[in-house]
Design a protein around this ligand. Structure first.
Ligand SMILES: Nc1ncnc2c1ncn2[C@@H]1O[C@H](COP(=O)(O)OP(=O)(O)OP(=O)(O)O)[C@@H](O)[C@H]1O
Length: 691
């Protein structure tokens, strides 16, 4: 500890010196390339020092490369180099040598890493975790010392990190990335990576760290502004908004599919209110067998066929006559359409041909200007041209798609778009974008180097196919959990539904089975709730972190508010900062929110169109909790008639339970859900609230 304290003091002083020296050098704005590069490098150095200022490093690895002395490597969020000596004071966590910090399993064997000059092999002498907060050394934990009796790298430091209560944002995990996560983060760029992971296995976190890695490792290939992240809702975007800046990454586009699609479709298209769709779908007795043909691969193929037919019959079999003896034959126009402009998308071809005819008319008119001093012929020709233009099909994307839905036998009557309807459902967006892309092509800024899809089990194959067209390298990180596919009307039940869209050799599939979020008690309970509905997906394995037992409480409806108030008081004394009160639906969410407000308890109601996550006490319907986490979770009214014994309800409850980090409370009024009744009694503590 004393040594590390001294080391920290020296490092901070060195960093300060380097920073002061860099700040003294004026910025370079001239044209000399070498000077520009040097200036850029200085700016990166400065940015790194600022990023590293409060916590310069989090780990130390003493490495002995063959025939070289043992070198202590200090690993931090950003690399810092002494410009005079070229010494690396802190090594970036993404550098090849740092990979050993994460891949090291604690054995005494030789270990290697891939440096730009080839494989380097050597021995680890020490692996040390160092917690620094605001430049003050907090804790030093040695997880491996060569020669000592090591039990393999222990989880002590990880547990120390996990037992913290969380504030309102997801955080970076650079200091405790686990081996199985590191493999994903450092996977090659040019692939479709599918990550199936249990709740709390770090999928979202890992995907964000992977972006930081890709931008570091492939700086010349990938630009941040050419990366796009799709998240399930706007509040989730807010919730994850701190991680990338913490990792020193900016400028990445982060969006939700509907916003992205609507901004790309330049037509007047309105989206139906999503809230009502969700309320209907999640009501206990809704028909959950409904599937979404519009998201399927079959629908895409049918649409493709219809588009091809349209393209093949698009060109009118008609030439254009400007005035007597001035004629463009249909054959000539066809040769432009089918040959010269065949590389352009359909509507661009039309645009070009019309512009060409116009130019042709003007050139021809110059020759006869003397014969047409008042421009009568020109006027007439313009009229003809307008009539000719009208003979070409002139559908908007929406009009054409509407007709398609009316004529395909893949849709039921209520799934077709009617009359002149401009309002569409979420499921219509991917087909609409697909048609738009096919007809108009894509702008350069709509093509991406890398695409991330979070909660991807809720995406349809059609959505992924559309995004694939926007990512020429097919470089994707797709993450989700098949067992959390509560939006079955729009999502998938197996990852193969996506992988068939890509070449096999480009696929990478990873499974994360360990859950870092919740205590053992919560994970065991949640796995049991899911029971046989888990199919052949492996159950979540908790890290060895024990907490309070899960509590099942019978609370009569007239006593519910009293119980909530008492429980909140109890929870708050446990130094807990985020609490979710989870209801079965929107209506009960409003009721609880208002009763708490009347009782003087400040809380935040979460709804579909929420843009911000405020932390504190949240009141939220169960289906909107996905992706989020809270120190304590209270699931209200888990009664038999609210949570039926079927797959959707089992998954809903599974999602709800696995949001909790430290404490999980479940209440019921009458008989508890059969999904709870099947859980072994030793996995929870049951009680009755008498007020
Ligand atoms: N290696 C790790 N070290 C420390 N904390 C971790 C680690 N991996 C994950 N976590 C923590 O576990 C929690 C869950 O992470 P995250 O939300 O990324 O998981 P997820 O797999 O996306 O979950 P879900 O499927 O429920 O949305 C976060 O608080 C994250 O910081």
């Amino acid at each position: 500890m004393v040594y590390e304290k001294e080391k920290l003091k020296n490092t901070l002083a060195k960093m300060e010196r380097i920073q002061a020296a860099l700040l003294k050098i004026p910025r370079y704005y001239g044209n000399d390339m070498v000077e520009q590069i040097l200036d850029d490098q200085r700016q990166v150095q400065l940015k790194n020092i600022q990023l590293a200022q409060n916590e310069p490093y989090f780990g130390r690895l003493d490495f002995e490369e063959k025939d070289k002395p043992i070198t202590p490597l200090y690993i931090g969020k950003a690399g810092v180099q002494d410009e005079n000596t070229n010494d690396l004071i802190v090594i970036d966590w993404r550098a090849p040598v740092s990979s050993m910090f994460y891949s090291f399993t604690g054995s005494d064997d030789l270990i290697s890493y891939q440096s730009p000059d080839g494989e380097i092999t050597g021995k680890i002498h020490l692996k040390r975790n160092i917690a620094i907060r605001n430049q003050v050394l907090q804790r030093v934990v040695d997880s491996y010392v060569r020669g000592d009796e090591n039990m393999g790298v222990t989880d002590e430091f990880l547990l120390y990190r996990l037992s913290d209560s969380k504030d309102s944002r997801l955080r970076d995990i650079v200091s405790t990335i686990q081996q199985e996560q590191d493999v994903i983060i450092r996977a090659d760029y040019n692939r479709l990576l599918i990550i199936q992971g249990v709740p709390g296995s770090g999928k979202t976190t890992v995907a964000l760290h992977r972006l930081a890695y890709l931008l570091y490792q492939y700086q010349n290939k990938i630009k941040p502004e050419k990366i796009i992240i799709f998240a399930p809702n706007r509040m989730f975007l807010d919730y994850i908004s701190e991680v990338l800046p913490e990792l020193g990454v900016g400028d990445i586009q982060q969006t939700i599919f509907e916003d992205w699609a609507l901004s790309l479709l330049k037509e007047n298209i309105q989206l139906k209110d999503r809230k009502q769709q969700l309320v209907d779908w999640f009501s206990p007795h809704a028909n959950h067998q409904i599937t979404n043909p519009k998201g399927s691969y079959t629908f895409l193929q049918a649409l493709d066929k219809a588009l091809l037919e349209y393209e093949n019959t698009f060109l009118p079999d008609q030439g254009f006559t400007a005035w007597e003896n001035k004629h463009l034959s249909s054959k000539e126009i066809a040769s432009w359409f089918y040959q010269e402009y065949r590389h352009y998308p359909l509507m661009k071809r039309k645009e070009r041909i019309m512009a060409r005819i116009k130019r042709w008319m003007e050139t021809e008119h110059k020759d006869i200007r003397a014969r047409d001093p008042r421009g009568a012929l020109k006027k007439q020709a313009n009229k003809q041209f307008t009539a000719y233009k009208k003979s070409w099909p002139n559908h908007s994307v929406l009009d054409w798609y509407r007709l398609f839905t009316q004529n395909t036998d893949l849709l039921s009557e209520e799934q077709r778009l009617k009359g002149k309807q401009r309002e569409v459902s979420y499921e219509d967006l991917a087909p609409l974008v697909y048609i738009h892309d096919r007809w108009y092509g894509m702008e350069g800024d709509q093509k991406y180097d890398h695409v991330v899809i979070d909660e991807a089990q809720d995406f349809s194959p059609f959505q992924v196919a559309v995004l694939k067209n926007h990512c020429p390298s097919s470089s994707f990180t797709i993450l989700g959990d098949i067992l959390q596919n509560i939006y079955t009307f729009q999502g998938i039940e197996r990852w193969d539904d996506f992988s068939i869209l890509f070449e096999e050799e480009k696929l990478g599939f990873h499974q994360l089975e360990r859950s870092y979020r919740s205590t053992m008690e919560i994970i065991h309970f949640a796995n049991s709730v899911l029971g046989s509905y888990s199919g052949d997906v492996k159950p979540a394995k908790p890290v060895f972190r024990s907490g309070k037992p899960v509590r099942l409480m019978q609370v009569k409806s007239d006593k519910q508010l009293d119980w909530i108030k008492e429980t909140l008081q109890q929870i708050e004394t446990d130094n807990i900062s985020t609490i979710a009160i989870v209801t079965r639906d929107e209506a009960s969410c409003s009721v609880i929110f208002e009763s708490l407000r009347d009782a003087g308890i400040q809380s935040n109601r979460i709804s579909v169109d929420q843009k911000e996550y405020l932390g504190g006490i949240s009141i939220v319907p169960i289906y909107l909790t996905k992706g989020m986490e809270f120190d304590s979770v209270i699931l209200l009214d888990v009664d038999a008639e609210q949570y039926l014994d079927d797959s959707l309800h089992a998954k809903l409850l599974y999602v709800g339970c696995t949001r909790a980090l430290h404490q999980l409370y479940i209440t019921h009024d009458k008989s508890p859900s059969p999904l709870i009744k099947q859980v072994l009694p030793e996995l929870y503590e049951a009680d009755i609230y008498r007020g």
